[in-house]
Design a protein around this ligand. Structure first.
Ligand code: ATP
Ligand code: MG
Length: 263
């Protein structure tokens, strides 16, 4: 569905601060894939998402969607089919607006596909959708989103993202800022939405175990490159120890200094 061919993303070209955030990445994402993305700080994980979402168009290479070249499409045009959730729970929702108004905006975006009605029924529909989150938000539909906890807000962001019927969902450490209980809830929601709404997902995590437990494919990035890929049975057989060993074999150095990645 999404294909990257020899994509590079260079910052600070011609300066001493030159960084190759992405180095000749080629990667194909199929409809229904759930790809977990791991790698140390600065490996290029967010840059990969930035290139796909159009925030930073690649320096070279081609990005296509269903064989249409979208390399130079601006971010707003891609936002029509990409849902992105960031680490910061404040980013995906408008804090000074009510739960209902936030959902209304999200449903406009996806209206064509989901046929969300805009009549009196809407409130009930939203209540029903919110009850899926199992956080009691169905009773707080008129509250300002700013009054919600980080976990509730991130769950609402996930729901809004799903309402916009994205073809591709990019989750960039979307549970990293939450306490363990809320992180688990949002992760459970991620799995449920993936199955129920037949999403295509890429999820960055610093937690190797999480990367192994979720999804059908895994990629490991380092210094702007995809250094390891596993999918299907091969992925399900992988262990954290095996991943660490493979990193060592590929890079000739140890991962032991990366505590978060090993957590
Ligand atoms: N806008 C930018 N300007 C300059 N350099 C950048 C920019 N964005 C990313 N980089 C650099 O590109 C490299 C890859 O960064 P990126 O944010 O993709 O890493 P990451 O794998 O997401 O790391 P983290 O786990 O810390 O989030 C880093 O060296 C970073 O400093
Ligand atoms: Mg990042």
């Amino acid at each position: 569905m999404i294909k990257l061919s020899d994509v590079s993303l260079i910052f600070g070209e011609g300066t001493p601060d030159r960084v190759e955030a992405l180095n000749n990445i080629s990667f194909q994402l199929n409809h229904g894939d759930f790809v977990t993305v791991i790698g140390s700080n600065g490996a290029g994980k967010s840059s990969l998402f930035n290139a796909v979402s159009g925030l930073y168009p690649p320096t070279s290479g081609v990005i296509s969607k269903n064989k249409v070249d979208i390399t130079r499409w601006p971010e707003y045009k891609r936002a029509a089919f990409i849902g992105r959730v960031f680490q910061d729970p404040l980013m995906g929702t408008a804090g000074n607006m009510s739960v209902q108004d936030n959902l209304t905006i999200a449903s406009y975006k996806g209206m064509k596909k989901l046929k969300i009605s805009l009549n009196k029924q809407k409130k009930n529909e939203f209540r029903e959708l919110l009850s899926q989150l199992e956080m009691g938000l169905e009773d707080r539909i008129s509250d300002n989103v700013g009054q919600l906890s980080g976990g509730q807000r991130q769950a609402l962001t996930m729901l809004m993202m799903v309402l916009s019927s994205p073809d591709l969902v990019l989750l960039d450490e979307h549970t990293a800022a939450l306490d363990p209980r809320n992180a688990e809830k949002v992760l459970e929601l991620t799995s449920r939405f993936y199955s129920n709404y037949k999403l295509t997902v890429m999820m960055v995590t610093h937690n190797m175990k999480m990367a192994l437990d979720f999804g059908n494919r895994l990629i490991m990035m380092d210094r702007g490159e995809i250094i390891l890929e596993a999918e299907g049975k091969e992925k399900s057989r992988l262990t954290v120890d095996e991943l660490v060993k493979r990193f060592h074999d590929i890079r000739g150095m140890s991962l032991t200094n990366d505590e978060t990645l090993l957590s």
